[in-house]
Structure formats: structure tokens, C-alpha cells
Design a protein around this ligand. Structure first.
Ligand code: GUN
Length: 298
């Protein structure tokens, strides 16, 4: 039997229909949701991601505030821009695209974003609130993965979940969210010895390693759910994930494609977080730290 496809593009389109209705409701109340997107420098992949985020705002009716800054922009200049956006009533979300150039202290920048506009969920307050299970801005990629898993109808409680990759953006928050849902979570990373001994036990395998084709069918338990977070550009220009799709599809019960799996969901969850921020401002949302992230209105 070949695995069923978890279609992130389709789910993303469905969610965006609901988002447009939420935007209309906000506009009726005099609030146009707004997202500021800051990009420093000319990293090609980052430019594509930022363009996708701005396009998603247009698609859903949000106003975007792009700040495309030259690579030599100083930390002070960047802090000044963020301080202004923190005060700007028209801005409900602020995103600084990572990675930042090496002359910028990333943590200092992320900590300067107002907690209630931190739609990436990277501020330490939001990281901490995720640890204790009541984040209002779950980081977008793991949040999207969570919704993709929901579509399979499988309850993650008690399941063996293996996350490959321990980044602050994907692997660590993903592990925390699934732990909160009572999964048994193992996190593997570049120093893990004998990756296969872990992956072969996974009922749910989530791969965010940035290594094309890292996971082949042999490493996958029969009927596992496999989520591929990788987006890798090969020398011939093809975009592939971290999962060898053809061989894994022969073993798994469900698998995400690349492209068309996790990628579209990441951008869509950014819009969800921005809408939630705007709804709170309009008095139709929830206060910070009072609700579990899984109570989000999706
Ligand atoms: N770089 C790679 N992924 C992300 C993300 O989700 N948010 C931001 N701000 N930068 C990134």
C-alpha cells in the first residue's frame, strides 16, 4: 500500500477562506490587520520567504508593511525601526526574517519585539509560554505541522514521535507542542549516533534537518506518519525535502510532499497568528497567557 498524501496546499487554501471572513469582521470593527515584515540583506531564500509572506497578506486582506533593508543596516537602526512598529497601532504583527547578518545580535533584536506583536513566537516570553503550554503565538512551522497531523485523524497522545532536527525555529518548539499533547517525544540531531535506531520506532516522524533525502524508506516504521519540513534546493534547481519521497511512500501510511506540504502551512499560520493579535486588539480575542495554543480558532 502506498501512503496517502497530506496536502498542505489544500489545507492552507481552506484555512485562508476562513481568514478572509475574519478579516472582513475586523474591518467592520474598524481594524485592518497589519503585518510588518523586516528583511535585512539579500539572502536569496529569505527573499523568497518574505515575498511569500507579503503575498499571503494580500491574499487574505491584511495590510503588509515591508521593510527591505540593506545588509549593512546597523543594529541600532533595526532597533529603532522595531521600536516604531511596536508603537504603531496599524501593526499587529512584527516579523524579522532569520537568519540575520552576523553583525546583528539576533537575540537582542527578537527580545525588542513587543510580546503581543511577536507573531513568530520567538521572543523569550513566548518561548517560555510554549514550555508551560499556554502560548498564544506558537511558532508558525510547528503550528502548521500540528494542523497537518490533525487532518490524519490520529491522536498523538501516547504515540512515539521522533523529531529529527533540534532548531529553535522548528525542532524544539515542535517537540514541546507534541509533549503538551502527551506524545512520547524523542529529538534527534546532527550528533545523534545511529539515527535509524530512533526513526524506526516512530509512529510519527517529523524531519527538519535540512539534508536532502536523509530519510529513506528503510528508516521508517511501516504505516508511520512522515512529515517533511525540509526545503532544499538541489544544484539542478529542483526543490526537495529531507525525505526520499518515493521509498518512504512505500512504507508510511501518510506523508507530506515537498513542495506542497509544510511550506504553505508555515506562511498560513503566520497569518493566523497576526489575525489573532488583531482580534485581541479589537476586543474579540484572548489575553496573553490565558489560553492554550491549541484553543486557536482554526
Ligand atoms: N527563517 C526560517 N524560518 C523562519 C520563520 O519561521 N520566521 C522567521 N522570522 N525567519 C525564518
Amino acid at each position: 500500500m502506498t501512503a496517502k498524501i497530506i496536502d498542505g496546499k489544500a489545507l492552507s487554501s481552506k484555512l485562508r477562506i476562513a481568514f478572509r471572513a475574519r478579516v472582513s469582521k475586523l474591518i467592520d470593527q474598524g481594524v485592518r490587520p497589519g503585518l510588518a515584515v523586516i528583511l535585512l540583506g539579500d539572502n536569496a531564500a529569505s527573499r523568497v520567504y518574505v515575498r511569500n509572506k507579503i503575498n499571503a497578506c494580500d491574499d487574505c486582506g491584511l495590510k503588509s508593511f515591508p521593510h527591505l533593508l540593506p545588509p549593512e543596516t546597523s543594529e541600532e537602526e533595526l532597533l529603532e525601526i522595531i521600536a516604531k512598529l511596536n508603537e504603531d497601532e496599524a501593526v499587529h504583527g512584527i516579523l524579522v526574517q532569520l537568519p540575520l547578518p552576523s553583525h546583528i545580535d539576533m537575540r537582542k533584536i527578537l527580545e525588542s519585539i513587543a510580546v503581543d506583536k511577536d507573531v513568530d513566537g520567538f521572543h523569550l516570553y513566548n518561548v517560555g509560554s510554549l514550555v508551560v503550554g499556554n502560548s498564544i503565538f506558537p511558532p508558525c512551522t510547528p503550528y502548521g505541522v500540528q494542523l497537518l497531523l490533525d487532518t490524519t485523524g490520529i491522536d498523538v497522545a501516547g504515540k512515539n514521535v521522533v523529531v529529527v532536527g533540534a532548531s529553535n525555529i522548528v525542532g524544539k518548539p515542535m517537540a514541546l507542542m507534541l509533549l503538551q499533547k502527551e506524545a512520547t517525544v524523542t529529538v534527534c540531531h546532527a550528533k545523534t549516533r545511529d539515527l535509524a535506531q530512533y526513526t524506526i520506532l516512530a509512529d510519527i516522524l517529523i524531519v527538519a534537518a535540512g539534508v536532502p533525502g536523509l530519510i529513506t524508506g528503510q528508516l521508517v516504521k511501516r504505516d508511520a506518519i512522515v512529515i517533511d519540513v525540509g526545503i532544499n534546493k538541489l544544484p539542478d534547481g529542483r526543490i526537495v525535502g529531507d525525505v526520499d519521497f518515493a521509498s518512504v511512500q512505500q512504507r508510511a501510511s501518510w506523508v507530506t510532499p515537498v513542495p506542497g506540504g509544510v511550506g504553505p502551512m508555515t506562511v498560513t499560520m503566520l497569518i493566523e497568528n497576526t489575525l489573532r493579535s488583531a482580534e485581541r486588539r479589537a476586543g474579540i480575542g484572548r489575553g496573553i497567557g490565558t489560553e492554550g495554543w491549541d484553543a486557536a480558532s482554526h
